[in-house]
Write a protein that binds this ligand. Structure first.
Ligand code: GLV
Ligand code: MN
Ligand code: MN
Length: 422
């Protein structure tokens, strides 16, 4: 009888450490080392080449599609069967830790290594993928690569997206050497699985070893420009001003009120993560403010109501403050439910390994939610230390936490990879 396979947690942890060297920076305020691998920057290119090198070293067949998504394939006994796909992303926000996305990709490669070392074949091929620009911070739209691969965003729309310096996605893919030639449209895999850190405090507070992710909440992003009238701060009477900073501040406070008064459900979150006044000088009433809005809600109806009320509020502020507000929707996804079959298998795998598992709705967006559009998909969450802080250099999960999550991923993967019927 063959024993149950397990990955090597310390090896996975070391791989996370290696990858974190690409884009590493020291936070000036805290002195902590973080990761800045914003999508399609030189650092992302270096990280990508490093991971592709790891894929090739495992003998995997690597392909790159026209949006820069990377797929590494381990053959199965039956080439005619759809593969089991595991994946995530290796791009990061500008102030990241080591785990977000990377755990799912390097965890997938650790699984392949474990299978190889055990001489374990699978009936179906296994594909480890990483998708382009999951974070969306640079070009404004999250889950970009997986959204293109699954048909939500046309490739021409994706190519034309520009960053703040006017650089476009297609040019930046070419610049880092990841404008591939594989067609983007992805045939549905047998199942798509993703292991990811929770990025929040819930699992740890409940004493869970792993999370069974039931789905993902709705996300809505706006980019706003508020144009007022620049003036001298000392000489311009308050009543004669059109101050876009004051107008933006009203929107910030309204958002907090919307998210805390329960009108749109207890799960609503609202964030203005970027707010830039120009010219940004102490004694000048600003001429213009650009800012972002990030709304999240686990209830689609509540999200729609919140969006409608917010847009009406933009018009109210515009009238009352004498500024001009233009806005555009940069990202919008509805709630997603993951496959009940995957959820059950995650639960069973955790139980068989004696791990405490809790159901959880993802607060963050993930490539798995895009993959759920074309077929079965599901996720395993790993708890985080320090209240699960994420998108921050303090992001942390222990080697044991990562090992447990990826072992569950391995068990679930094997349960699907040996299925010969579709
Ligand atoms: C992705 O990390 C998100 O913003 O949810
Ligand atoms: Mn992520
Ligand atoms: Mn993230």
């Amino acid at each position: 009888m063959t024993g149950r396979l397990s990955i090597r947690g310390e090896r996975l942890y070391q791989e996370l450490e290696f990858l974190s060297r690409f884009g590493r920076y020291t936070d000036r305020r805290t002195g902590l080392e973080g990761v800045n691998r914003l999508a399609l920057t030189a650092a992302d290119g270096e990280g990508r080449r490093h991971v592709v090198g790891r894929m090739r070293a495992l003998g995997l067949e690597v392909t790159v599609d026209r949006i820069g998504n990377v797929y590494a394939r381990r053959p199965g006994r039956r080439a005619d069967l759809a593969p089991v796909m595991v994946g995530s992303h290796i791009d990061s926000v500008e102030t990241a830790g080591r785990f977000d996305g990377c755990l799912g990709v390097l965890g997938g490669l650790e699984i392949v290594r474990t299978l190889d070392e055990a001489g374990r074949e699978t009936a179906r091929p296994v594909v480890v993928a990483f998708f382009t620009d999951e974070e969306g911070c640079r070009f404004g739209t999250d889950m970009l690569g997986s959204a293109v691969a699954t048909g939500r965003i046309p490739i021409e729309t994706a190519y034309a997206l520009r960053d703040r310096d006017g650089l476009d996605v297609q040019g930046e893919l070419r610049a880092i050497g990841f404008l591939g030639d594989r067609p983007v449209a992805l045939a549905p895999p047998h199942v798509y699985l993703e292991c990811h850190i929770e990025q929040g405090p819930v699992l740890r507070s409940r004493g869970a070893d792993v999370g069974i992710v039931t789905g993902v909440q709705a996300i809505s992003w706006h980019d706003l420009t508020l144009v007022g009238r620049s003036a001298h701060a000392g000489t311009t009477p308050m009543g004669l001003r059109a101050d876009p900073v004051a107008a933006a501040a009203r929107i910030v406070l309204r958002l907090r009120e919307m998210a805390t008064r329960g009108r749109y459900g207890e799960g609503m979150r609202a964030t203005v993560g970027s707010l830039v006044p120009r010219p940004g000088l102490v004694n000048v009433v600003a001429a213009e403010v650009t800012c972002t809005v990030d709304l999240r809600n686990p209830d689609d109806d509540a999200m729609r109501r919140a969006e409608a009320d917010l847009i009406a509020y933009y018009a109210e502020v515009e009238r009352e403050e004498g500024v001009r507000i233009t806005w555009r929707q940069t990202a919008r996804t509805s709630t997603v439910s993951f496959s009940p079959v995957v959820r059950e298998r995650v639960r069973a795998a955790a139980r068989d390994r004696g791990l405490a598992a809790e159901e959880i709705v993802s607060g963050a967006g993930h490539d798995a939610q895009e993959m759920a559009r074309i077929g079965r998909a599901g996720m395993v969450f790993v708890p985080g230390e320090h209240d699960g802080i994420s998108h921050n250099p303090r992001e942390d999960s222990t080697p044991e936490q990562c090992e447990r999550g990826v072992n569950v991923l391995l068990d679930v993967l094997l349960s699907f990879a040996d299925e010969e019927r579709s």
